[in-house]
Design a protein around this ligand. Structure first.
Ligand code: PHE
Length: 335
């Protein structure tokens, strides 16, 4: 019986070494550890052995079985590991998983479109700080302390002389202070006003534009804006200049386009007027030139400031400005 046990061990080891897949692993288990396996049979034969040999033989058979079980378990772990490392079973007919694609925010897209149009007309781009001094935001633009025009701005103050810029117009003074005419500049960026409803957010974007040279007239302003609106909206979009007031331009105008919803017939969006305001503009006031040491007798220029969200709303037919800033992907994915 001792011989039989030794032979069994050799045979089992050879079989174990040959295992290379899960099926073979299972057949091995059934063959050696099953109810009809060699160990069960050996145990039955134990009764036929001499009485004094039985404990020794029984112990031997048990140890052999346990050791084999241990080697079998190791083999199993190895095999499962190498099968997993080889990767899962692939179904090449499954459709691929879509990687979600990010895009530029609609306001950024419109901003870039606006800048590209003016760059095409020869304007260069200047950027300035969001946290601005009272001087550039107001004083340099002919809005002294206590000027009633300050009321229009709902300013966020940082301290007595520092604020979040309420418009991009301070860039007029910043650029003119450091450069000589002729100048053709746009200044895109964020601006801030303490105001919030369906057409106002506390932060929004403007693009400022200004041109300074000799003999610049209101006709030049009109020509540039005409081209811009034709490119931004439609060649046939009607425009009108409406007299207005800004302390830093004289004369000043607000520019309207024919309502993009009703084409000028009058609807809810244009409040039955047929017109939509899209920007403020005018001829740069001589007082602004004096502040930056330009001679108003020699130079003239125009400036305009347009609201980017406003233009994006009109272009895309959006009626609530706050949608831009709620980060709802169902909204953002449409652009
Ligand atoms: N800065 C003005 C505003 O925010 C717009 C403007 C810019 C008007 C330039 C005239 C010239 O309302």
């Amino acid at each position: 019986m001792q011989d039989a046990l030794l032979r069994l061990q050799q045979e089992a080891d050879t079989d174990l070494a040959a295992i290379s897949n899960a099926d073979q692993l299972e057949s091995f288990r059934v063959k050696y550890f099953g109810r009809k396996g060699p160990f069960t049979q050996l145990m039955r034969q134990l009764g036929a052995a001499p009485k004094e040999d039985r404990p020794k033989l029984g112990k031997m058979a048990n140890e052999l079985k346990l050791a084999l079980q241990g080697r079998f378990d190791e083999k199993k772990v190895d095999l499962v590991g190498s099968l997993a490392a080889a990767g899962p079973q692939l179904d090449l007919s499954l459709p691929g998983r879509q990687v979600p694609q990010g895009k530029l925010h609609p306001v950024t897209q419109i901003m870039e479109e606006i800048c590209a149009i003016f760059e095409g007309l020869g304007f260069s781009v200047a950027e300035g700080p969001d946290i601005e001094t009272d001087f550039y935001n107001f004083e340099a633009l002919n809005i002294p302390a206590h000027h009633p025009a300050r009321d229009m701005h709902d300013t966020f103050y940082v301290d007595d002389s520092t604020l979040l810029r309420t418009h991009t117009s301070p860039m007029q003074a910043r650029v003119m202070e450091t450069a000589e005419p002729p100048l053709k500049v746009i200044a895109p960026g964020k601006v801030y006003r303490c105001d919030s409803d369906i057409t106002h957010t506390p932060m929004f974007h403007q693009v400022e534009g200004f041109l300074v040279d000799k003999n610049v007239s209101f006709a030049d302003l009109k020509g540039v804006l005409r081209v811009f609106i034709a490119k931004m909206f439609d060649e046939s979009t009607a425009i009108r200049f409406r007299p207005s007031y800004f302390p830093f331009t004289e004369p000043s105008a607000e520019v309207d386009i024919a309502c993009v919803m009703c084409g000028g017939k009058g609807c809810r969006v244009c409040k039955k007027t047929g017109w939509l305001e899209i920007l403020g503009a005018g001829m740069i006031d001589p007082e602004v030139f004096k502040k930056v040491n330009y001679d108003p007798e020699v130079y003239s220029g125009f400036a305009f400031g347009l609201g980017v969200e406003r233009i994006a709303m009109l272009k895309y037919g959006i009626n609530d400005i706050r949608l831009y800033y709620e980060n709802d992907l169902r909204f953002l994915r449409q652009f």
